[in-house]
Design a protein around this ligand. Structure first.
Ligand code: BDP
Length: 327
């Protein structure tokens, strides 16, 4: 009696130990929209390698590239629910669920990319992180996504009036719809994966993105006017589901955070190099690039976007002002 009880206890104990170790050794699933040689993708692989090495294999992470785990808005919801454990997201689509994150989607809010880095690594980044945590997301590192510019198959854009009547694909967020409409263009929110075909078949005339995305998606093949409006500098986030993060031990959490930070340092370096390469590739492929002599009229055209945003988010005025004052 005593013996079988002990045996059962031992068996139960080893089952529990097995269950615990299999939970601890479970592989984290990561979402990524980009192709495998993209700076984001390389940095995510480096994050996974560092986490596996420093936890002695207790925490491993697998990144699913090319958006195979679904569109970005869906993936953000799945991240918040803990269905996806980590991922690399633009704060553009994040703004619809985290109001603080939406501030960086205001056109021309950051004066430059170095200023964006500095602010995201300081109080502005911390305010956005708090908003994300409150909605189930733990930021691990801020990645660079350069500046987004308009491209289309019809004409170069030099003034806001050149946008009039153009059908432009935007990321899923009302702010981007208002941005295009404030120049009398027609905005169409659409998944990233659908843009190439939509331009090719004339569903839209163009879109807007940074040079590496314009190049890696081959959008330049179907929209050969790339106009350097640089209207959006939207940082990106390597982040983890708070549910998955909270399931880690405190030591593992420290490792994950440090690895996230290190991957962001790497990504920012890779980004600079890729931007230059992408510009060469698209121009060799026939893209006509034009700079904008005066961005003032574009900035002025964005006044209604700011007014609408501040009217619906009065509590975010301080954060907007903090960024405009340089952080
Ligand atoms: C790229 C971002 C990616 C977005 C994409 C888009 O890195 O997260 O999904 O733009 O326009 O620059 O949808």
């Amino acid at each position: 009696m005593t013996k079988s009880f002990t045996l059962r206890g031992a068996l139960l104990g080893s089952c529990l130990a097995f269950a615990a170790s299999s939970v601890a050794a479970e592989e984290l699933r990561g979402w990524n929209i980009h192709v495998e040689d993209y700076p984001v993708s390389i940095a995510m692989e480096s994050f996974a390698a560092e986490v596996a090495e420093r936890t002695g294999g207790e925490v491993t992470a697998k990144t699913f590239h090319n958006g195979v785990l679904g569109s970005q808005p869906d993936a953000i919801e799945q991240l918040r629910l803990g269905v996806i454990d980590f991922g690399e997201f633009s704060l553009g689509p994040f703004g619809t669920s985290v109001p603080e994150a939406n501030v960086v989607s205001l056109p021309f809010i950051f004066p430059s990319i170095p200023a964006m880095y500095e602010m995201m690594d300081g109080d502005v980044g911390e305010a956005i992180s708090e908003g994300m945590r409150a909605r189930g997301v733990e930021p691990l590192g801020w990645y660079d996504a350069g500046a987004r510019s308009f491209y289309n198959s019809v004409r170069p854009i030099n003034t806001p009036a050149d946008v009039t009547g153009l059908k432009i694909r935007v990321m899923s967020n009302d702010l981007f719809v208002q941005m295009v409409e404030s120049m009398d263009g027609n905005a169409t929110p659409m998944a990233f994966a659908e843009v190439y075909q939509s331009i090719q078949t004339g569903v839209v005339d163009g879109a807007e993105n940074n040079p590496p995305s314009y190049e890696s998606t081959s959008h330049y093949e179907v929209a050969s006017f790339y106009s350097l409006t640089e209207h959006l500098i939207i940082p990106e986030c390597l982040c983890m589901s708070k549910i998955s993060f909270d399931a880690l031990t405190p030591e593992q959490q420290v490792i994950v955070k440090e690895a996230g930070h290190a991957s962001a340092v790497l990504q920012r370096e890779l980004w600079q190099a890729r931007e230059a390469v992408s510009m060469e590739i698209v121009q060799a492929g026939g893209t006509v690039v034009n700079t904008i002599a005066d961005k003032g009229p574009f900035q002025e055209a964005m006044a209604p976007v700011y007014e609408g945003f501040l009217a619906s988010n009065p509590d975010l005025a301080d954060l907007v002002n903090l960024i405009r004052a340089g952080g």
